[in-house]
Design a protein around this ligand. Structure first.
Ligand SMILES: NC(=O)c1ccc[n+]([C@@H]2O[C@H](COP(=O)([O-])OP(=O)(O)OC[C@H]3O[C@@H](n4cnc5c(N)ncnc54)[C@H](O)[C@@H]3O)[C@@H](O)[C@H]2O)c1
Length: 443
């Protein structure tokens, strides 16, 4: 049965925030003020909730209190306005969360040596449990494998609150779908999948998100909602691996894979455009599919072969790019050892300042290990985020001219592409950003 997409009423996107009497506004706690939690907190403030941004990182809380955002999709002005409204309180104090009506958990779910690490979720849930009151609602948003909400959260909340999930309070899961830097699809116009452990929980979770987003998609259980997120990211991961592998073969076959992808993309049905690159990065694609394969292995003893193959292909891409750069230098009778290589972009995607799990730094390491003098430019990365082992450079004509090869690893709009094309001796473009010229080679 196809899920029902339910339009939320009212659509508050362009309307002024719901007028609320502060004494009656529902209290929302968002646990974790990161890439996911901060935008949710801002949106909840915008529509009239009384919001506590509970964050364990003192430095982050200080910045939030000062109105200095560290999440690109939240401007300083939005943050400052939220603080000024009196309806947003960033805090490290758990006591500030007491009496909540809705708590949304948006803490990290990393892999530790290939194994899902749910310790952040466990900690956050344990902290919230004594604060749960009859009738309140707890929603998990962190990406995780099917079963987490019912098998992990429910018992912790029951033990810590002394109440029964479903009977005394509501519990559900709603996966986050934000795409940082995407100005077309954002939190409030991207349909939000919602679920609950029972009908009352689903109704409560649905009602909460209906106030935040244009449309909600209720599904029958948290397990389904948890799988939705992993399906979406595994789909993307596998398809990127497909075009990456195709790019490697096409190069050897001397066929332009980029032209083939563009032409295939004209098919109005049955094809979806994915493009090759130096690997996958960010918090989601290198991590989420492994949550699913781990669960499949543990519960069924089976290998999720598509995920393993995609991991294999995508993880190999920085090595492959290093090999292509070696071949390119060879054309100039140069070795990688001793060559100067300028890498443009270390963030995992265009116009983002997120270098977590990014292939760019891995590529730099590979080239440096071969003896290259590697320098990198990324205007989106603050000093604290720039990998300390890589020499930081600014984009300039001298820097470009001094490089034996300029590698386009991330195609930020902020780069002066005319300058790059005009000054670089050789360009290896992994993103097909610069126009075709004799000194340009594509992945
Ligand atoms: N970043 C994305 O684009 C994205 C998109 C969809 C889903 N997700 C998922 O959302 C979840 C959060 O990701 P993120 O990118 O926002 O992570 P993040 O690291 O940017 O933010 C998480 C925050 O939670 C804080 N935190 C951890 N434990 C805490 C605790 N017990 N109490 C209070 N604060 C705590 C951390 O200090 C950190 O600031 C992950 O499961 C991720 O997979 C991320």
């Amino acid at each position: 049965m196809a899920p029902e997409v339910v339009s939320s009423q009212p659509n508050l996107r362009n309307d002024p925030p719901t007028p609320v009497n502060d004494s009656t506004a529902a209290k929302v706690v968002v646990v974790g003020q990161g890439y996911v939690g901060l935008p949710i907190a801002m949106r909840a403030v915008e529509v009239g909730f009384d919001v506590v941004g509970y964050e364990r990182d003192k430095e982050r809380v200080k910045r939030l209190q000062d109105g200095r955002s560290y999440v690109e999709d939240v401007s300083d002005a939005t943050l400052a306005a939220a603080c000024k409204s009196g309806r947003y309180r960033p805090t490290t104090e758990l006591a500030d969360c007491s009496g909540f009506d809705v708590a949304v958990i948006t803490v990290p779910t990393p892999l530790r040596e290939g194994v899902p690490d749910l310790s952040f979720i466990e900690d956050a849930t344990r902290e919230l449990a004594p604060l749960v009151k009859p009738g309140s609602t707890v929603v998990l948003e962190s990406t995780t494998y099917p079963g987490t909400t019912e098998e992990l959260l429910a018992p912790i909340l029951a033990a810590g609150s002394g109440m029964v999930p479903g009977r005394d309070f509501c519990l559900g899961y709603s996966p986050e779908r934000i795409d940082p830097g995407n100005h077309t699809w954002d939190l409030h116009n991207t349909p939000k999948v919602v679920s609950g452990i029972d009908a009352a929980s689903l109704a409560s979770v649905q009602e909460f998100y209906a106030a935040l987003v244009d449309s909600v998609v209720p599904v029958s259980s948290p397990k389904v909602a948890e799988l939705v997120k992993l399906l979406e990211n595994t789909f993307r991961h596998v398809n990127i691996a497909l075009v990456n592998e195709l790019a490697m073969f096409a190069s050897d076959l001397d066929v332009d894979v980029w032209e083939a992808i563009e032409a295939a993309s004209t098919k109005p049905f049955g094809f979806m455009r994915f493009t090759p690159g130096p690997g996958v990065g960010g918090h989601c694609l290198p991590v989420d599919p492994s949550y699913l394969s781990w669960k499949v292995k543990r519960a069924l003893g089976a290998s999720f072969r598509f995920v393993e193959l995609a991991n294999d292909v995508n993880d190999h891409m920085p090595d492959y790019v290093a090999r292509r750069i070696t071949a390119l230098l060879n054309c100039d009778r140069k070795a990688v050892n001793g060559s100067r290589i300028l890498v443009l972009g270390l963030a995992y995607k265009r116009n983002s300042g997120d270098a977590r799990e990014s292939p760019g730094p891995v590529l730099c390491d590979r080239l440096a290990a071969l003896g290259a003098e590697v320098r990198a430019v990324d205007p989106h990365l603050a000093d604290g985020q720039f990998p300390s082992a890589i020499a930081r450079a600014e984009l300039s004509a001298e820097e470009l001219r001094a490089a034996d090869v300029v590698v386009v690893a991330t195609d930020h709009d902020a780069f002066d592409w005319d300058l790059v094309v005009g000054q670089a001796r050789r360009i290896f473009d992994t993103r097909h950003r610069v126009a075709r010229r004799p000194n340009v080679e594509y992945l």
